[in-house]
Design a protein around this ligand. Structure first.
Ligand code: F0G
Length: 353
């Protein structure tokens, strides 16, 4: 959209802001919904990718962060804090920088955060603290600190984060001129599935859409507490963004699943990597591994004929973060370039001309 002023400006009537709210924006939102012909051919229904990696800091977190940081400022906060597997910290750091006055502190699990995300948090001048523990432990610490000190928590248990993130489903409905039949989404701390479901329900309630999608959530097999029905003490997955064993919005994710008649399933790291490479090589969309969980999930379901009676349906997959966030994974999964002399004959021979 020409002259896009950010999602708070565009969806103001659906958000808890007033004329007095100081809007902190990097012009997030308005991300493309890309049709994947390859996945459509494979699965049956039309498959669209909600390409959230094209937000200002490269992930969907910016939708929630424009709200959380604006409201923190409105409330007079001086400091914000989050635990993060990487993207939340990158986003919180960038929006705090743009606010011009908030100090941002982030707790990350040592050794389990993708390189690009760490670079972002640091270059935006957040105070970055690596914890000898996982995301769940970091979040417990952040909750404890923000409960007792004048520091605003900007994880997705902050309700303003959910409010901002629900605009993802508004955009999907605006683009498709109704809600899709299915919405597939990766699940980590479970804020985003909660937010999308809230958005779909609100749009239907006011008549901007006529139906609700079935919500299809996907966790990584080594970090699948909701699927297993119990906390996972030591979650492990290549998709470090969703390496979470005790999601804060667990109950809300189950409600989204049950109210929509959908499901929450798990996908293995191999399935995630296959979908990750497939998206990049056959649709031209480069995402980070966690994002590919939504696509791995619908490929798994289609093999079980889940979509057999839904040929005319539309599936939207939220692909949550940009592939450049995690360059190491990309490099590990490709063949390295050949090295040739700077000589035309050898190049022509190599490319078969
Ligand atoms: N995809 C990506 C790329 C993420 O960074 C996250 C969460 C998710 C999916 C899952 O979303 O937590 O709302 O269910 N990342 C958080 C973080 C935990 O700290 O950046 P969720």
């Amino acid at each position: 959209m020409v002259n896009w002023k950010g999602l708070i400006h565009y969806y103001r009537e659906f958000l808890p802001v007033t004329e007095k709210t100081p809007v902190v924006t990097l012009l997030e939102g308005n991300t493309p919904l890309v049709l994947s012909q390859d996945l459509t051919n494979a699965v049956g229904p039309k498959v669209y990718l909600k390409y959230e990696g094209l937000n200002p800091t490269g992930s969907f977190k910016d939708r929630g962060m424009t709200m959380a940081i604006s409201k923190a400022l409105e409330g007079g906060s001086k400091m914000v804090m989050c635990a993060s597997t990487g993207n939340t910290s990158a986003s919180a750091a960038a929006y705090s920088a743009q606010s011009g006055q908030l100090k941002c502190v982030v707790l990350i699990p040592e050794g389990n955060i993708a390189l690009g995300k760490l670079a972002q948090a640091m270059i935006h001048q957040a105070q970055v603290i690596a914890i000898k523990g996982n995301f769940d432990e970091a979040l417990t610490l952040v909750k404890d600190i923000t409960d007792h000190y004048p520091v605003e928590l900007v994880n997705s248990i902050n309700p303003y984060r959910i409010e901002g993130q629900k605009t993802g489903s508004f955009e999907v409905c605006d683009y498709l001129e109704d809600a899709p039949e299915f919405h597939a989404i990766p699940v980590g701390n479970a804020g985003n599935i909660t937010a999308y479901w809230k958005g779909y329900k609100e749009y239907k309630d006011i008549g901007r859409s006529t139906q609700l999608p079935k919500m299809l959530g996907f966790q990584a097999a080594g970090a699948a507490p909701i699927v297993l029905g119990h906390v996972v003490e030591s979650p492990e997955t290549i998709a470090t963004a969703i390496r979470i064993g005790n999601p804060a919005s667990w109950k809300m994710a189950e409600a989204a699943r049950d109210e929509s008649g959908g499901l929450i399933d798990s996908v293995t790291d191999d399935e995630i990597l296959e979908a990750y490479k497939r998206l990049a090589s056959k649709t031209g969309v480069f995402v980070e591994p966690a994002s590919a969980a939504s696509v791995a999930g619908i490929l798994k379901l289609s093999q079980k004929d889940y979509f057999a009676n839904h040929k005319n349906a539309r599936i939207v997959c939220t692909v949550t973060g940009h592939g450049l966030k995690d360059p190491n994974i990309a490099i590990k999964n490709v063949t390295k370039p050949v090295i040739l002399d700077a000589d035309i004959k050898s190049v022509l021979k190599e490319i078969g001309l």
